[in-house]
Design a protein around this ligand. Structure first.
Ligand code: TMP
Length: 395
């Protein structure tokens, strides 16, 4: 019997990517209780309360994968690998965002699905075949009629955003050619637990996958994972290479290694999740005391990267515009708005950090390397960062 265990309560939260304009800032926001569950039977970790795709992914979606050099580089390298090792004739990307992955391929061989029309338009402008719709069986049937089967399907940070996983995978099953390869990339559960990055949980991340849970879902559709790459992207992600069971490609050692790692860490046991809860509660206490310390010394704190992830942290730890003066962010659609729930102003990144800033809370901690490289001047003059992972600290 499937039994969902609620193991983490991250309190009242707003929709994570719902940045507020001036008039919205004055109104009462819609909030929900962010509770995270572990299914003892299929080993899947998910959030309890979910919202419709239409509410979360619409023509106001602010996220652009092209905003980070790290992401661009990662897509480019993967495209190179795909061309060399898989050599597909037709590629489908589910959740193609602003085309950062597709742009590495020939326009005539690729199709992108992106329900957020504002970002889909960006890729279409570059003359790529993109469809502004949600991935589901109906769309899969239409695509099959129009384009035929695909020998490569790629989806990064999208499958974990779709509630109905049975519909997702049966739709993949419809359009994937007999020898086709399906590659999924999503945050890794084991890394989330090890790094105490509880901010991987927010309304859009309905699931945080492990090998153990994904394997169980794929089995239903005669699909299996034959290779896994551990990536540093988004604070620790896994790239799963999937094939049909009938396809004789060898299962690589990386799969066995991942399975062993996850079993050893205890991703199959509820106790592991209770221990994680304790660490998250400790993490909150520690982060709040760091902010209190800085404020008691009258220091100026700003935020860097108003990420969806930071929405979870700020609301869970009650850190608002009384503590953080403002955020800086390179994403146009976030600028001059306010962070959800905590109402901290987001300013345009104008190159560098102002001289009067003493501490920078790293909302985009997943791009730490890239940001530290960019902010050498700030670091050189003694500027410090506040980061919450793996333990809250000043660096
Ligand atoms: P993400 O963690 O959801 O990918 O979001 C990263 C956010 O951080 C996005 O809004 C862009 C912002 N950002 C900057 O402002 N400066 C940077 O150098 C990087 C890498 C990201």
């Amino acid at each position: 019997m499937s039994k969902k265990i609620e193991f983490l309560d991250l309190g009242q939260q707003p929709l994570a990517n719902y940045y507020l304009n001036k008039s919205q800032k004055k109104k009462k926001e819609r909030k929900y209780r962010l509770i995270v569950c572990f299914d003892n039977q299929n080993k899947l970790v998910s959030i309890k309360k979910t919202f419709s795709s239409k509410m979360m992914f619409n023509n106001k979606y602010p996220y652009r994968s092209s905003m980070s050099k790290t992401m661009q580089r990662s897509f480019k390298e993967l495209a190179k690998h795909i061309k060399l090792k898989i050599n597909p004739k037709k590629i489908l990307e589910i959740g193609s965002n602003d085309g950062s992955f597709l742009k590495n391929f020939n326009k005539s061989m690729s199709v992108g699905i992106e329900p957020c029309a504002n970002v889909e338009k960006i890729t279409k402008k570059k003359k790529f075949n993109t469809i502004p719709k949600y991935w589901n069986t109906k769309l899969a049937r239409d695509i099959l009629k129009k384009y035929g089967y695909f020998d490569l399907i790629y989806s990064a940070n999208t499958i974990s955003h779709i509630k109905n996983l049975n519909d997702v995978f049966s739709s993949i099953d419809l359009v994937l050619s007999k020898t086709g390869i399906f590659i999924i990339e999503d945050p890794s559960l084991i890394e989330c637990l090890k790094r105490n990055t509880y901010d991987q949980f927010y309304n859009e991340h309905i699931y945080v996958f492990s090998y153990l849970s994904l394997r169980n879902i794929l089995k239903k559709y005669n699909l299996e994972i034959y290779k896994i790459e551990n990536l540093d992207i988004h604070g620790g992600s896994n790239r799963y290479f999937i094939k049909r069971m009938k396809n004789k490609i060898k299962i690589e050692k990386s799969v066995i290694k991942q399975k062993r790692k996850e079993m050893k860490y205890g991703l199959n046991k509820k106790n592991t999740y209770y221990k994680f809860r304790k660490r998250v509660e400790e993490s909150k206490k520690r982060l709040v005391s760091i902010f209190n310390y800085c404020k008691s010394k009258n220091k100026k704190i700003i935020g860097y990267g108003a990420t969806a992830k930071s929405t979870t942290i700020l609301n869970y730890c009650n850190i608002n515009d009384q503590t953080i003066d403002y955020f800086i962010d390179t994403t146009k659609d976030k600028q001059n708005k306010y962070t959800p729930g905590t109402k901290i102003k987001i300013k345009k990144y104008k190159g560098g950090i102002n001289k009067d800033v003493d501490y920078v809370f790293l909302g985009a901690w997943n791009f730490k390397k890239e940001i530290f490289k960019k902010e050498k001047k700030y670091i050189k003059r003694g500027g410090k960062f506040i980061i919450h992972t793996p333990l809250p600290r000043i660096i």
